[in-house]
Design a protein around this ligand. Structure first.
Ligand code: COA
Length: 180
């Protein structure tokens, strides 16, 4: 898919609108798609196709404001018995820095804990954001091969800039090589 910077427009949203966190519904797909595409065009995340969003909709949380706009998205994708990926984290440009990203990331983490997943990770360029949530930078060698499951479909395969960050939720059951 070719991405042209600046071709995606998001509606202007109110900075102070009340906002609710909930699991995503089918009717949210178009807005999630556009929000992620907006940031993908700016090189900050991978674009997600409609196909991907429909197939993985149950992974997603959204933040909906009182005007009906989706102002944030985030997902927890299960990969293996001991690891899950936090992905699709995006906050509307008009709502940055209000704790919404943290809210979404913590929702994904809560779900991982509820499911008994001992470790979560993300590929990201926003290392400090994840560090503020207790994640640490890791190396590919310390993560199970499953975490590269999508790499061969990525347009940046040969030129990957993303950094792996991980958070151990249950040290006893986390992936062996993640243990100190
Ligand atoms: C990264 C992103 C999700 C953060 O959401 P946000 O709502 O703006 O962040 P929050 O207000 O919840 O910030 C939480 C913490 O992270 C810090 N933080 C947020 N973005 C940061 C950044 N780019 N660099 C450094 N620190 C950052 C905040 O200062 C805050 O720390 P504090 O609690 O110690 O003050 C948001 O900036 C975004 O949508 N970025 C574009 C898409 C993207 O890069 N997604 C990540 C894909 S993995």
């Amino acid at each position: 898919m070719t991405l042209e910077i600046g071709t995606t427009f998001l509606p202007k949203v109110r900075f102070d609108a009340n906002t609710e966190l909930r699991k995503a519904k089918m009717r949210d797909v178009e807005q999630i798609y556009t929000l992620i595409k907006y940031w993908a065009e700016r090189g900050l995340m991978l674009v997600r196709s409609h196909d991907h969003l429909y197939e993985n909709l149950r992974d997603f949380f959204v933040l909906e404001d009182e005007d009906g706009y989706i102002v944030g998205s985030g997902a927890l994708h299960l990969l293996w018995h001991d690891i899950a990926e936090v992905r699709g984290l995006a906050v509307h440009p008009d709502r940055q820095g209000q704790g919404l990203g943290r809210w979404l990331a913590l929702a994904a983490e809560r779900e991982a804990r509820d499911l008994g997943v001992p470790q979560i990770f993300a590929w990201t360029l926003q290392v400090r954001f994840f560090e503020s949530l207790g994640y640490s930078v890791t190396t590919r060698e310390k993560l199970p091969p499953k975490v590269w499951s999508e790499c061969n479909r990525c347009p940046f395969y040969d030129n990957c800039r993303e950094i792996g960050v991980t958070k151990v939720l249950d040290p006893q059951h986390a992936y062996m090589r993640a243990r100190p």
